[in-house]
Ligand binder design. Structure first.
Ligand code: COA
Length: 157
């Protein structure tokens, strides 16, 4: 999918497409910069490797003039769809790229038969709910729990 966005007084084509192995370096750098999660299971290379083994076609990048400027990852487990790793580089924010990435991922999940999409937001990043609300998401009363199931994740670099 390609869309035209304004950057100041110029317009640029933003292409949203499936991740390819040649994007690895750019995506790792973007995630380290934007998320910087310390847990080994969130190490960007580990995340990409695991995603390439399961539903690799649900990892998307936004590209401007050949550079990766954003990502989103989807997952569908047969019951719910999930959105992860939505990120747009600071220089490209507020142009609608985040929303376009979300719509792209939503369409891919819906095509697979997904009836409802969930996502989680770190409590420290609560302001971003405003972004998701504009896209039709609402805050649901849930307590999110998690458990790490493997001690074999590689240590972070
Ligand atoms: C969230 C994010 C992907 C949005 O990308 P984007 O390309 O700027 O989003 P869009 O241009 O489509 O939408 C922008 C609108 O969403 C809202 N919005 C976006 N980010 C927001 C934030 N952090 N807080 C509050 N509102 C936000 C604003 O209303 C904004 O409108 P404006 O441009 O008129 O100010 C981007 O800010 C980002 O990468 N943030 C860091 C990573 C992150 O928090 N990811 C989500 C994890 S759950």
């Amino acid at each position: 999918m390609s869309c035209r966005f304004s950057f100041g007084n110029m317009s640029r084509i933003v292409r949203i497409r499936t991740y390819s192995p040649s994007d690895e370096q750019a995506v790792v750098a973007l995630w380290r910069q934007i998320f910087g999660y310390p847990a080994p299971h969130n190490d960007p290379l580990t995340v990409i490797q695991h995603k390439m083994a399961v539903q690799p076609d649900l990892l998307f990048v936004a590209e401007v003039e050949g550079n990766v400027v954003g990502t989103v990852m989807g997952g569908y487990d047969g019951h719910r769809g999930w959105i992860y790793s939505l990120a747009v580089t600071a220089a490209h924010r507020h142009k609608g790229i985040g929303a376009a990435l979300m719509r792209h991922a939503e369409a891919a999940l819906t095509q697979r038969g997904c009836l409802k999409i969930n996502l989680q937001i770190l409590a420290s990043n609560g302001d971003v709910t405003a972004f998701y609300k504009k896209l039709g998401y609402s805050v649901e009363e849930r307590i999110s729990m998690g458990k790490t199931t493997s001690q074999t994740c590689p240590p972070p670099p």
